[in-house]
Ligand binder design. Sequence first.
Ligand code: TRP
Length: 462
Amino acid sequence: MNVLKIIRTNCVFVNKTKLCYFHSSQTKKKFSTKNNNDDDRITNSQFDINFNNILSNSDSYESSIDYDKIIKTFGCSKINNALISKFKDVLTNSSDISTSTNSSQFHLLNKGIYFCHRDFDKIIDIYNHNNNNISNHNKVKTISTKKEHNKQIYLYTGRGPSNKSLHLGHTIPFLFNKYLQDVFDCPLVIQITDDEKFLSNKDLNLDETIKMGYENIKDIIAFGFNRDKTFIFSDIDYIKQLYKLNLKIQKLVNLNTIKSLFGFNHQDNIGKISFPSLQCTPCFYECFPEVLNQNTDWNCLIPCAVDQDPYFRLTRDIAYKLKLNKPACIYSKFLPSLEGTNKKMSSSGKEVKILLTDTLKTIKTKVNKYAYSGGQETAEKQRELGANLDIDISYIYLKYFLDDDMKLSEIENNYSKGIMLSGEVKKLLIETLDKFITLYQEKRNKITDDEVRYFLQIRKIG
Ligand code: TRP
């Protein structure tokens, strides 16, 4: 506990110094001499702001994760109304989204679920620049064929395979990536980190891990990505293409940096220590020679959950040394566990999760029995005082999965004022999730091995 408190205080200090932990040569020197050969001191140092520490600081049942603190500590930018309007302008320009058969996920941005970013505004600028050029026929001729004038966007996301079926929390980045792929009409690369899963779980054998990855690829394809603009790759398969660039990255990253970002210690295997460099690699289009046209100046955008930020902070920090484009990122909050807002829904934890394989009956039981309620103890009290929406899991889940703004505002109003009771909100959540999961299962059941082969094939997607 004390250790956590120390780290917490130090986080503030790091924050004040604007995350200078591997920029400043002075602090770097202090770091290496002070922590020489001393594991404990390295993990307790002012440089230790890895994500697990921030998460474990919120240990009271009802307290939420402090996302503002994460923004400050990591030095990200909050997504504000100005940025949301800028993005909305893109929607009016994007022809693809209006013809898309999939529902819009704009609410994930509008409701603050995607809450912070790095350079997302620059990605929008690139889109707008290209789009204005295309809509103006006279300008088309003036577009330079030089690489530096031919900026384009690609998306990058990934998944560490697990043998369990996807839970609701896993769906958020895939739904949002699919949405942004439609909006920007751009390529998407998806990394399956079978290598990392094998290295970090001592009970997994390599062949099993590869098989799990394969099943997970089917789960991912079912989100409906554009098959001509999406490339999925397993690290183990695609390593030949990644390796050259990966080596250049490895040479630029030292052990102290990895320890302070990911909290490894001297007992961790050496594969785990070098792995982060492999998650950095796809941020640079140069590792996709046969997939992305190398005469284009591709700019990477990574939509994912905020716990992935250490990888991309690292990537952005070394990009200039490699003379490559810094990736942009857009980060989501975690879908909380059914049992309370202080936990994310993890695949390994014991908490009750809603799985994408659940039947209506199971969803009903789980929601009714476990969904933490912000409503009052009795109906009378609820009518009188209303619910606390900040901690009400059913309402929070509806924010994620109900894309009907009007209906959500109505629930917000009625439930907080006591016009609605907890049971009614739970019923609405059950209906919403049942619809979502049934649709997903229909698509998942149709994914064939041929379709997997198509997505895995090394081919041009942009
Ligand atoms: N580390 C992620 C996980 O364990 C997987 C991943 C690889 C990823 N590359 C990524 C996630 C890029 C988001 C963006 O699930």
